[in-house]
Design a protein around this ligand. Sequence first.
Ligand code: GDP
Ligand code: MG
Length: 163
Amino acid sequence: DSFTARSLGDKKEKTLAMIKPDAVDKMGMILDMISHKGLLVTKAKMVLLSRAEAAQFYIEHQSKPFFNGLLDYVTSGPVVAMEIMGGNAIGVWRELIGPTNPSDARSQNSQSLRAKFGTDNTRNAVHGSDSKESATRETEFFFPSAGPSRANTAQFTNCTCCV
Ligand code: GDP
Ligand code: MG
């Protein structure tokens, strides 16, 4: 709400979060946990990625042995992509999602999203950008700042309550 937006002040770091297909039915609980961390969802959309789009998103992993399985997984159903904003958003969101492998997540901190909702090393429920550079690239991937989709994209961060 607008009170939350105002209270963010200069805490405007942005990251790209993605709810992967196996966890889309947990979206309500995930949004709740984002709110409880003081982060704000500033853009969101549900999309079924093509294999080519998924390969582009995960280009850094193209030579990894798990790449094809990863593409099978993230194209198996719709994902929910979100730009989330707040103080240290990249780090706070990475901490909230937990380690890549849900078994590690469960042994380290059972409150993380991967601990709660992940199944195995591939099907781990959620994605988070790991650096400012990847946050910028991945946010631009789902929410391009130029081009035909812009007209349909709510520009929350430019509204009068938080500029
Ligand atoms: P993340 O940043 O924690 O998501 O992990 P990575 O960037 O290293 O990997 C991207 C995604 O590929 C992970 O979230 C998993 O879905 C999958 N993945 C990563 N490492 C492995 C692995 O060793 N085996 C398998 N099967 N999948 C993996
Ligand atoms: Mg990664």
